[in-house]
Design a protein around this ligand. Structure first.
Ligand SMILES: [Zn+2]
Length: 401
């Protein structure tokens, strides 16, 4: 089928607008809009009719309207594919601009929800003339609305990194604006014991709450979540710098002064942050999948006075750890091999020692000390044949490159 033949086939039943006509030839005439393509094709079809004796090359042209034996290739009525959707674009762009005003943003993306009847009309056109070389209505709608919003707001359409999303709902015939999450990367210390890393109903406050508080106040976000590189126990301090990404949902403002935020977080002395910068979804994944070695400092209490402490060096190497009893209710019962890379100690008294342990990521330190009833082997208890428990635990180094 040549181009004019296909164009005639598209137009012959009822009026199809320039956008919808041009969109069926989206692969032709690059650099033009579908509307321009449609206009050009309409002219070409008209000229074709002028140059050839009517209507020999058209086996079935019913539906075309004629005036003085020349086809009126349709410039009246509503488009049978899109219902003249593109004539409402200006209105939708204005609505978007108005609703976007409450948000601070530099970039946006347009998405659209098609109504079932639009989808059906487009599909029935494809059934009739073929889908080859055509573009989806949705992509033209998104692009054209995007262009209008760009010129009205001076902001940039950016699919890869949009600050806000404009959703054109063609069923409800309205525009909804959603601000995309704001991500802030940083590293934290937890200076006190007894608070969890993330929201937990049993506890009044968490590391996440403390870090998120000034950001929530500033940005007017609806909620927050924290993505961190591992977590310390509630009763442990984290004196090594732990990388995290804070995610703020639907923020109205997205350019907080990070050094001001840092000062506010650090003021209470419970959590300390540093190295904050604006981040993205990708970094969430990077932070969550890092597996850095860690160094812990633990105060260990032994049941009996310790003899020959240097024997614990035997534990350097690979230890086998079954999921600890204390977390079995929420974690799968698995056997893990973990490397203990170094152990150093200082005596506090004859049955109490401070031990510094360097392990690879994911080792359970309390269980490495106690043995967890044989679930961790070897353990400090087992090697020294002296029941040992952790009295206090600090993460003192997180070895992120
Ligand atoms: Zn149309």
């Amino acid at each position: 089928m040549d181009v004019t033949e296909k164009a005639i086939k598209i137009m012959k039943n009822s009026y199809v607008c320039d956008h919808c006509l041009g969109r069926q030839f989206a692969e032709l005439l690059s650099g033009y809009s579908n509307k321009e393509r449609g206009e050009t094709l309409r002219k070409a079809v008209a000229m074709d009719y002028d140059s050839k004796p009517f209507p020999i090359h058209l086996p079935n042209f019913s539906g075309l309207r004629f005036r003085n034996s020349k086809p009126d290739i349709g410039k009246s009525g509503r488009c049978c594919v899109c219902g003249d959707l593109f004539s409402y674009m200006e209105k939708y762009a204005k609505e978007s601009e108005k609703k976007m005003k409450i948000y601070e943003f530099d970039t946006f993306v347009v998405g659209s929800k098609m109504s079932d009847s639009l989808v059906m009309k487009e599909e029935s056109l494809w059934e009739r003339v073929g889908i080859k070389g055509s573009e989806h209505l949705r992509s033209e709608v998104n692009r054209e609305l995007g262009k209008l919003i760009e010129s009205m707001t001076g902001k940039q359409a950016d699919e890869k990194n949009p600050n806000v999303t404009v959703l054109l709902d063609l069923q409800k015939k309205r525009v909804e604006i959603k601000s995309n999450p704001l991500y802030v990367y940083g590293k934290y210390n937890k200076l006190i014991r007894g608070i969890p890393q993330t929201k937990w109903s049993k506890y009044k406050v968490s590391v996440e709450d403390i870090i998120a508080k000034p950001f929530m106040k500033f940005s007017g976000a609806n909620g927050h979540s924290m993505h961190a590189c591992g977590r310390e126990d509630i009763d442990a301090r984290c004196l090594g710098w732990r990388p995290f990404v804070l995610e703020l949902e639907n923020p109205a403002k997205r350019k907080p002064d990070l050094s001001k935020m840092r000062k506010e977080i650090n003021r209470a002395g419970k959590v300390k942050v540093k190295d904050m910068k604006f981040s993205n979804r990708k970094e969430v994944v990077a932070v969550k999948t890092m597996q850095p070695d860690k160094v812990y400092s633990v105060v260990v209490k032994f049941e009996n006075p310790v003899e020959a402490m240097e024997r614990i060096k035997k534990a350097i190497g690979t230890i086998k750890q079954r999921t600890p009893k204390r977390v079995l209710h929420r974690r799968a019962n698995k056997l893990r091999n973990k490397k203990v890379k170094s152990i150093k100690w200082t005596k506090i008294n004859k049955s109490k020692y401070k031990i510094v342990i360097h392990t690879e990521a994911g080792a359970y330190i309390k269980e490495f000390v106690s043995g967890d009833d044989g679930r961790t082997k070897p353990s400090i208890s087992e090697i020294l044949k002296n029941r040992a428990v952790v009295e206090s635990l600090d993460v003192i180094k997180i070895m992120v490159r």
